[in-house]
Design a binder for this molecule. Structure first.
Ligand SMILES: Cc1cc2nc3c(=O)[nH]c(=O)nc-3n(C[C@H](O)[C@H](O)[C@H](O)COP(=O)(O)OP(=O)(O)OC[C@H]3O[C@@H](n4cnc5c(N)ncnc54)[C@H](O)[C@@H]3O)c2cc1C
Length: 298
C-alpha cells in the first residue's frame, strides 16, 4: 500500500475503515480527508472523491473504496442558529450558516427547544445536514426542503450559493448532481413554541415505533408500485433470516441489521436472497459503495 501524502493545505488525511462512519457498521478502508476550509476541500476534490455524510444510507464494500472520501469537519460541522437581522421577519426566522457536517438529530432537538418549526418532520433521521439536504430526506410529516433558505454548494470549479427555487427538488431528491457538495445552509424557520413543535415531532416519532434499534442503513427497498416492500418480504417468510452476522429484522422485514461484526458480503447475500424469494423487481433504497465515482478532479 502506498504511503499517504500529506495535504498541502493542512487537511487531516488518514486511511480508516469506513465501517466507523456508517450506521450499518460495515465497510473497508479508504483515504479519508477531514476538511475544515474551502481550500482544503478544493484540494481534496482534485482527484476522484466521494462525500460521506452520516453514513446512514450506505452499504460500503468490505474492500472499501478507491476514491478519496471527504468528511466535512471543523466549521463545516458547526452551526449558527442566531437570526440573520437582514433576512428575518416576525413570521420567518432565517438563521446564520449551518454546516453540512452537522448531525441532523441534535439540530432538530435544539430547534424544538427554541420553539422553531419547519424541520420537525425529519426527527429520527440519523443523517448529517448535507446528506439529508442532498436526498431531501423526510417523512410524511415533513422534509428538509421545508426549512431551507440558502444553500452553499461546492464543486471542483468552486463554491456557489443557490436558493431552493434554483434547484429541481422533489420527493427525496434535491436536484443537486452527485458529487456536488452541500457545505452549509441557512435555515428558514417559523417561530412557534417548544410544546407545539414537540407535539408535531411526536407524531413522526410514533411512526418509527416498529423500527429496529440495531445498526442498520434504514429501509432496504423502495415500495414497488405502492405495495409495502416490508410486507412482501414478510410474506416470503424471510423475517429473522440470517447470513453471517446480518439479519432481516424480526420487527420489520424491510430492515437489515448488523448483529455485530457483519460484513458487506453478508448484507449483499440477504439482499440477493430477498430479491430471489419476493419475485417482483425491488429497487434498493440505500446506496452501495463503490458504485460510480462521485466526482472527478478538474
Ligand atoms: C434508522 C434509519 C432511519 C431512516 N429514516 C429515514 C427517513 O425517515 N426518511 C429518509 O428520507 N431517510 C431515512 N433514512 C435514510 C438516511 O438517513 C437518509 O437517506 C439521509 O439523507 C442520508 O444522509 P447521510 O448524511 O447519512 O448521507 P450518507 O449516507 O453519508 O450518504 C448518502 C448520499 O448522500 C451524499 N452526501 C452525503 N453528504 C453530502 C453532502 N454534504 N453534500 C452532498 N452529498 C452528500 C453521499 O455522497 C451519498 O451519495 C434512515 C436511515 C436510518 C439508518
Amino acid at each position: 500500500m502506498t504511503a499517504l501524502l500529506p495535504s498541502r493545505t493542512g487537511a487531516r488525511v488518514e486511511r480508516l475503515p469506513l465501517a466507523r462512519f456508517t450506521t450499518l457498521g460495515v465497510g473497508g478502508e479508504a483515504e479519508v480527508w477531514f476538511v475544515e476550509t474551502h481550500a482544503q476541500l478544493a484540494e481534496a476534490m482534485e482527484v476522484p472523491y466521494r462525500i460521506l455524510g452520516g453514513g446512514s444510507n450506505l452499504v460500503v464494500a468490505d474492500e472499501g473504496v478507491p476514491e478519496r472520501v471527504v468528511r466535512l469537519s471543523g466549521p463545516f460541522a458547526e452551526r449558527d442558529l442566531s437570526p440573520d437581522p437582514l433576512l428575518s421577519t416576525p413570521e420567518q426566522l432565517v438563521t446564520g450558516w449551518v454546516g453540512g457536517g452537522v448531525p441532523l438529530p441534535g439540530l432538530i432537538r435544539t430547534l424544538q427547544k427554541l420553539g422553531l418549526s419547519n424541520l420537525e418532520g425529519t426527527v429520527g433521521i440519523p443523517a448529517q445536514v448535507g446528506g439529508a439536504v442532498w436526498m431531501n430526506a423526510g417523512t410524511r410529516y415533513g422534509e428538509m426542503f421545508d426549512g431551507l433558505h440558502t444553500l452553499e454548494i461546492v464543486t471542483p470549479q468552486g463554491a456557489r450559493q443557490v436558493t431552493p427555487d434554483d434547484l429541481g427538488w422533489g420527493y427525496r431528491q434535491s436536484g443537486i448532481p452527485r458529487g456536488h457538495i452541500v457545505t452549509r445552509v441557512r435555515l428558514k424557520l417559523r417561530p412557534s413554541t417548544p410544546e407545539a413543535v414537540l407535539e408535531k415531532m411526536s407524531a413522526a416519532d410514533q411512526a418509527r415505533k416498529g423500527q429496529p434499534k440495531m445498526k442498520t442503513p434504514g429501509c432496504a427497498f423502495k415500495n414497488p408500485g405502492g405495495v409495502s416492500a416490508g410486507r412482501l418480504i414478510d410474506e416470503a417468510g424471510l423475517k429473522g433470516t440470517r447470513i453471517g452476522q446480518a439479519m432481516i429484522a424480526p420487527e420489520h422485514a424491510n430492515f437489515i441489521v448488523n448483529l455485530g461484526g457483519a460484513s458487506a458480503a453478508d448484507v449483499h447475500g440477504l439482499l440477493a436472497l430477498i430479491r430471489e424469494r419476493v419475485g417482483v423487481p425491488l429497487e434498493l433504497e440505500y446506496e452501495l459503495w463503490p458504485g460510480e465515482a462521485e466526482g472527478h478532479g478538474a
